[in-house]
Design a protein around this ligand. Sequence first.
Ligand code: DGL
Length: 365
Amino acid sequence: MNKLYKSAFTASLLLALAAGLQPAAAEGQPKVLILATGGTIAGVANTNSPTGYDAGKVKATDLVAAVPQLRQLADCHVEQFCNIASQDMNSDIWVRLSARVNEALLKEGYNSVVITHGTDTMEETAFFLENTLQCDNPVVFVGSMRPTTAISPDGPSNLYDAVHVAVSPESQKRGVLVTLGGKIFESRDLFKNDINHVDAFSSRYNGPIGRVDAGDVHYFANPIHGERPYWGIPADAVLPRVDIVHAYAGCTGDTIDAAVANGAQGIVIAGTGNGNMTQDCLAGVKRAVEKGVIVVRSSRIPHGFVNRNHEISDDDAGTLSSYDLSPEHARILLQLLIYHISHEPSPKYQLDLQKCFESGYFVNK
Ligand code: DGL
């Protein structure tokens, strides 16, 4: 433990001690489970460098102990789910995390769940849970851009905000939410748009749907989708491999052949413009489709909709279009669709796949 962290840690403990003098959780307070998965919010500098640090180092209990004010908001319980930098997040962890959140909300009497997570892939994990959680209680993701040892860490105030959002009655039935820098986002159109700044998240369409400040939680938009999507997924599910292939000037179809050879059951093209790609790449897509691989055209452009049969004929190529979903979000939806098609081949799951992308819902519930 370096010196800087030691002093921050000591300060946290002193605060925690002070908090211990405060009354324990008041009767009737909402019960919130804080699941910690790692990221910069649990990051520690291993040198005195102002930039370098390791994500996913601080223990969940210490993160929460550093914010004794949480006691004023909720009866918080904390659990270390994993402690990784979120670039190492994967679908095996997603299915277990989703199962844990479902269990906490449906069986253990928690009112809400807050998940601390790295910002790199938060938009993906949040969208996975958006599609797989079974109830309308608030589930709020939170991270930070500066580690615990930074000159001015943003983690503690972000964590306070997240719990504040999680206990707000206004947060019910809004699906999985994400808070960062005082803004509240939905997961479907969220993306990380800044590598360094504390205000790192943006939304592809509507902007943030609300704000949280020291005083209150304010929503100024209705949810994009009135009804939550849901498709149950067992905690031991192994999701199919779905690759993203990035299009660029001169991209070649052999990258698609390689994905198929590596076992991809689905491929998302992060296309240029309206899901476009070179003719050579398109030929590769057609070869993949002939082999039974499901191919979705999405776009590397953050804003806009990839429509069917725009410049590329999806009818001819046998492809789907991602509509408003980013390549990363389209990939998650495709993983879930392929999983369910292959595990539940009953008529109930004869889906209109294109509709699933356009509506943002699985059509069969
Ligand atoms: N490696 C990144 C991650 O855990 C750090 C970025 C962050 O958490 O903000 O996602």
